[in-house]
Design a protein. Structure first.
Length: 280
C-alpha cells in the first residue's frame, strides 16, 4: 500500500473546494470522555478567504450518541477523493441547530492527508494462517483489567481485516452480548512481522453462523485523529495487501513465492502498539 500523502496547500484547497462542488459525503470522528463517536455529514460550503468549511447536519451511526459540539472542539474530518481517502484535523468554529446546510462550521485545516482507499477493502485471512483475536467492551481503557482477568472478553478467530475494521468468528456461547454502536477494543497479531496491536473500535453487527458460532463485526475508530493512528492505518493497509497476496497465490498451481515481510512504517515502534485514544 502507498504511503500517506500530505497534500500541498494548493492541492489541499482544491480537494476541499471540489468536495463542496460535488457535495461530497463525509464523516467526522469526535472524541468523547471514554469513546469515539462517528457522524455522517456532507461538505456543503467553503469560504477560503475566511478560512471556514461548512458541514450539513451530522447524523450519528446506529447505536451511537449525538455529541454536543462547541467552538474549539477538535474533530477528525474524512472524505473520499477519487481512489484516496482524505483526512484532516479541524477545529469547530460555530454550530447551528437551524441552518441544516451549515450545522457545523470548521476552521480550514492546516493540512489534508490522503491514503489509498484500497487499504479499506476487507481481505480474508489466508488459508493456513490462524489469527486469534480478543475483543472486550469498554474500549482500550479496560485493557489492564482484561489482562488480569477482572474484565470479560471474547476470544475468536480473525476472519477478515482492513484499515477500516475486522470480523471475527466466535462460539455463540462466548458472545458477551455487545450492543451495536458501543465502544469495544480489539487485540490481535495479524502477522508475525507486525506483532500485537490493540485498537479502539465500535461494535457493528452480530451474524449467526453454522455450527453454533457467530460472526462479530467491528469498525476501527479514531485512527485518523493522531499521528500514531495514521501510521497504524498504513500498517493495517499493508496487512490487508499481504492477506490478498497470499490468498491469490494459494489458488495458484505454481509454487508460491517466498513470504514477504510486512514492516512497520518508519519511526513507528510496535510495543503492544496503541494509537492515541479519546480523552478520559
Amino acid at each position: 500500500m502507498g504511503q500517506l500523502v500530505t497534500f500541498a496547500a494548493a492541492v489541499r484547497d482544491e480537494a476541499i473546494l471540489e468536495a463542496v462542488e460535488k457535495q461530497t459525503p463525509a464523516v467526522i470522528t469526535v472524541p468523547l470522555a471514554n469513546r469515539w463517536t462517528t457522524l455522517k455529514t456532507r461538505i456543503t460550503k467553503a469560504d477560503r478567504a475566511n478560512g471556514v468549511i461548512a458541514l450539513s447536519n451530522p447524523l450519528p451511526e446506529e447505536g451511537q450518541p449525538v455529541p454536543t459540539l462547541t467552538p474549539g472542539h477538535c474533530v477528525s474530518l474524512s472524505f473520499r477523493r477519487g481512489h484516496r481517502k482524505c483526512m484532516a484535523m479541524c477545529v469547530v468554529v460555530t454550530t447551528s441547530e437551524t441552518e441544516l446546510d451549515q450545522a457545523i462550521v470548521l476552521r480550514w485545516p492546516e493540512e489534508v492527508l490522503a491514503v489509498q482507499r484500497r487499504a479499506y477493502f476487507r481481505a480474508p485471512v489466508p488459508t493456513g494462517l490462524a489469527v486469534q483475536a480478543r475483543v472486550w467492551r469498554g474500549g482500550r481503557a479496560k485493557r489492564r483489567l482484561v489482562a488480569i482477568g477482572k474484565w470479560p472478553s471474547v476470544v475468536g478467530q480473525l476472519v477478515d481485516c482492513s484499515a477500516g475494521g475486522m470480523r471475527l468468528d466466535v462460539e455463540m456461547s462466548a458472545d458477551c452480548e455487545m450492543q451495536v454502536g458501543e465502544p469495544v477494543a480489539a487485540e490481535f497479531s495479524p502477522l508475525k512481522e507486525v506483532g500485537q496491536i490493540c485498537l479502539d473500535a465500535n461494535f457493528r453487527y452480530r451474524l449467526p453462523q453454522a455450527g453454533g458460532r457467530v460472526a462479530l463485526g467491528l469498525q476501527f475508530v479514531g485512527l485518523e485523529s493522531s499521528a500514531a493512528g495514521r501510521q497504524m492505518l498504513l500498517v493495517l493497509g499493508q496487512v490487508s495487501a499481504e492477506y490478498l497476496r497470499r490468498g491469490h497465490f494459494s489458488g495458484q498451481e505454481e509454487e508460491p513465492r517466498e513470504p514477504r515481510t510486512c514492516p512497520m512504517p518508519a519511526n513507528v515502534q510496535n510495543i503492544a502498539h496503541e494509537p492515541a485514544g479519546p480523552a478520559r
